[in-house]
Design a protein around this ligand. Structure first.
Ligand SMILES: [Zn+2]
Length: 488
């Protein structure tokens, strides 16, 4: 059993942490201490050795809750961290007031930085876990693609997997505003430390939050107040431009709004944004068109992409919207494109005083030969990446499953000659054999790692090409024909 002095030190460490990180003021010390004692049913505080690390304090409190049969003890570690940090997190109203005060006084760069720092301090954004992610770049004919293996997403809790999916749950989904302050239940994550910032887009109420899984710097999610399905249509571009006018240092993008080609959440209208440069931004231009203040460009990119640039907000809004609507009503039988299946991944950013809107054309048709999707990752690449190519990946940042770092061990061993045979039942066998043929088995450990990273990058590049509605070698005319219908 943990000694009362240690428990007191844990509570003290957490309160000190909250005050140091700016989550609370000195005057809150007694209130926070009592809230921790009361919530976890700790004994009365006594003097004890100080604990420096807040995560260590939380781990000890978790053990105490388990040993005493406190119901918080049943929470898996990640949810327990969120629950305890919820006690230290300022109210949503106070945070929104501070956020907008900083917006007014110092501007959007400082306001978003402040929010990011607070969200990380409350462990709503797990920067501590994200530092375990693997990141590298791979040079290709499209530029340097960005690769990540996400190791911060926790393994699924068996209770979550077993929870019934009724579709009538509260909150209705992971993005509903009702998640702010929500206490975990089977099938739904802990959000007691989660807060959302109200913003206005195209005259409508939306919210800004940071993503708990940090795929890139200041990865944020912008979602509608109302729980309603994703839609890419006439209101998409005005919303993006409104956002860029308020947060010009961020990009904002929308997934295509159809299964197979869209993101993982289709039932709540949302965008993803953040303060990050993606490879698509540096893509070179294959052909360009101009009309008035507008420049349209076909990019050299593994997925058929049209970029529109202008300093004139009205003009870009008009042309980009007509491109989206145009694609949604466009048939191209030569390339198996039927309008009912068309959607667009739309990305907006500001470059100096110009707006840029990238439109990655998508289509989710399936056929007998390709039941997963005609413009979808080919099965031969599923051992590396099976999930949909969503917005972030279409921009050239691969988010690969955590399992990959474990599964590459036999290949690294084979390339460096340590253990030349690869396992019989291993999903990567065929691919690995072709790599071994090309690179041999006498590579240094560093070289083997470099080869594997590079080859994973090439698979990702090919996966993006699989998803292109107009293949780059043979389909440029098809893309140009479509752009001709938008701009002359
Ligand atoms: Zn929702």
């Amino acid at each position: 059993m943990i000694e009362p002095e240690v428990l007191s030190s844990c509570a003290k460490a957490l309160v000190n942490y909250g005050i140091k990180e700016g989550l609370a003021e000195e005057l809150d010390r007694w209130v926070l201490t009592n809230s921790i004692i009361g919530s976890l049913e700790l004994p009365d505080p006594v003097d004890g050795e100080p604990i420096k690390d807040e995560m260590e304090a939380i781990a000890l409190l978790h053990r105490y809750a388990q040993e005493t049969g406190h119901h918080w003890g049943e929470l898996p570690e990640e949810k327990f961290v969120g629950r305890v940090m919820g006690l230290l997190t300022p109210s949503n109203g106070a945070m929104a007031r501070d956020f907008w005060a900083i917006m007014g006084d110092k501007g959007p760069v400082e306001a978003t930085q402040w929010l990011y720092r607070i969200s990380a301090a409350t462990k709503d954004v797990r920067l501590d876990l994200a530092s375990k992610d693997l990141r590298w770049t791979v040079s290709t004919s499209y530029g340097d693609l960005q690769m990540t293996i996400n190791r911060s997403k926790p393994e699924k809790d068996p209770k979550d997997i077993a929870a019934p999916k009724t579709g009538k749950s509260y909150p209705k989904c992971l993005l509903c505003p009702e998640n702010a302050g929500f206490w975990a239940k089977p099938g739904h994550p802990e959000r007691s430390n989660h807060r959302i910032m109200p913003i206005s887009l195209d005259g409508e109420e939306w919210f800004l939050q940071y993503s708990p899984y940090v795929y890139y710097h200041q990865h944020c999610i912008v979602f509608s107040k109302e729980h309603r399905p994703m839609a890419v249509g006439t209101r998409t571009v005005p919303r993006i431009l409104d956002f860029l006018d308020q947060f010009p240092h961020f990009f904002l993008g929308s997934n295509a709004a159809l299964p197979i080609v869209g993101g993982s959440i289709l039932d709540h209208d949302h965008f993803q944004g953040g303060n990050w440069s993606f490879p698509i931004q540096s893509a070179s231009v294959r052909r360009s068109w101009t009309e008035g203040s507008i420049t349209a460009e076909a990019l050299v990119w593994p997925m058929a992409t049209l970029r529109i640039r202008s300093k004139n907000r009205q003009e870009i809004e008009r042309i980009a919207t007509s491109a989206i609507e145009g694609w949604k009503s466009y048939d191209d039988p030569e390339w198996e494109i039927e309008k009912e299946h068309n959607s667009v991944s739309v990305i907006g950013r500001k470059v100096k005083d110009s707006y840029e809107i990238d439109m990655v054309l998508r289509n989710n048709r399936t056929s007998e030969e390709h039941p997963d999707g005609i413009f979808h990752i080919r099965p031969s690449r599923h051992h590396i990446k099976k999930e949909n190519i969503g917005l972030i990946e279409a921009m050239g940042l691969a988010v690969l499953p955590g399992r990959l770092s474990r599964e590459m061990e036999p290949l690294l061993n084979a390339l460096s000659g340590e253990n030349p045979s690869t396992p019989e039942s291993w999903p990567h066998r065929e691919w690995a054999e072709s790599l071994l043929e090309r690179h041999g088995r006498a590579n240094s450990i560093e070289k083997s790692k470099e080869i594997v990273e590079q080859e994973i990058g090439y698979v990702f590049m090919d996966a993006l090409r699989d998803c292109s509605v107009y293949p780059e070698e043979t389909g440029t005319e098809g893309l140009d024909r479509f752009i001709d219908t938008i701009i002359s």
